[in-house]
Design a protein around this ligand. Structure first.
Ligand code: AG3
Length: 280
């Protein structure tokens, strides 16, 4: 069985991952994308959108824990959280671990992804039944445009920022996010690989600097994403995102106060790789 191979079709990475698969469990073209679920020998099930692996059951925690807990613990008292994308529920599951969170609005354009996750990924989608959660299937960009001083934390858990997800890394979008946040709010978004997408990352950081008084960058290793060293960009109105503001009382595999501090890029290194002259 080990010679049935799925080749990832990741058009934004100069390398292709190949997975030994056991079974194709689901395939459908939704209104927005091609959805594929396969079972593998080594990673458990994979969720694949338009040929790009979004998550695997074995290592998804590496991405979801850092995407969610870093901005939430950098905030003193996050009560209202917006997740854009994240239809698989992984980020939602982590956000809901915070007892102070009273309301989470999850806006994913594609309701099929949520349905598929409920069916094949129960360990990720468990949070959808929590009474604090409101799910909307609409365009995240358009949704944010309508919000004003509503959220403590905004998390963008999008597919690669191309196609319909590209709008989510524009300066216009960041201006709407800024307005949607309360006066001490924090934004975080997944911003691709530090190695392969550095130029894109620099552009995102530049746009964030135009909008937010505090911007920063952290990264963690996500073993299934090409480039591995995955970046998360932060825009903050008041809090220094490098500091942990509350007792870390959530149950996680990796995330901890120690790793919170560790995952931010050392200041001089951050400055160096963000400078225009620096190329990889
Ligand atoms: N969000 C997508 C991360 C980007 C993956 N890109 C890639 N491998 N080229 C993940 C969704 C999980 N909630």
């Amino acid at each position: 069985m080990r010679d049935v191979i799925f080749f990832e079709r990741d058009p934004y990475a100069p390398i292709r991952h190949a997975y030994a698969i056991k079974e194709v469990l689901y395939y459908k073209k939704s209104k927005y994308q091609e959805i594929l679920v396969v079972d593998t020998e080594d990673f458990g099930k994979l969720l694949i959108l338009d040929g790009v692996v979004q998550l695997d059951e074995r290592f998804e925690f590496t991405y979801h824990e850092f995407l969610a807990h870093v901005p939430l613990f950098a905030h003193q008292n996050p009560r209202s959280v917006l997740i854009i994308g994240g239809g698989d529920g992984g980020t939602l599951r982590e956000v809901l671990k915070h007892k102070c969170v009273e309301r989470v609005v999850l806006v994913d354009i594609d309701e099929e992804v949520i349905k598929v996750s409920k069916r094949f990924f129960p360990t990720l989608s468990s949070g959808f039944s929590d009474s604090r959660v409101i799910v909307l299937n609409e365009d995240g960009y358009e949704f944010v445009k309508k919000c004003e001083a509503e959220f403590d934390v905004v998390i963008v858990d999008s597919t690669d920022p191309v196609g319909f997800a590209h709008a989510l890394i524009t300066e216009d979008f960041f201006r709407y996010v800024f307005r949607a946040l309360k006066e001490d709010g924090i934004y975080v978004g997944q911003t691709e690989s530090l190695y392969y997408h550095l130029e894109l990352l620099k552009k995102v950081q530049k746009s964030l600097r135009e909008v937010f008084p505090i911007t920063d960058l952290y990264a963690w290793v996500v073993p299934i994403y090409a480039g591995y060293w995955w970046s998360f960009s932060v825009g903050s109105k008041k809090f220094n995102p490098r500091e942990v503001k509350r007792k870390v009382d959530v149950n996680t595999k990796f995330y901890s106060e120690e790793l919170h501090k560790h995952c931010f890029l050392p200041k001089n290194f951050y400055k160096k790789i963000m400078s225009e002259e620096f190329k990889l």
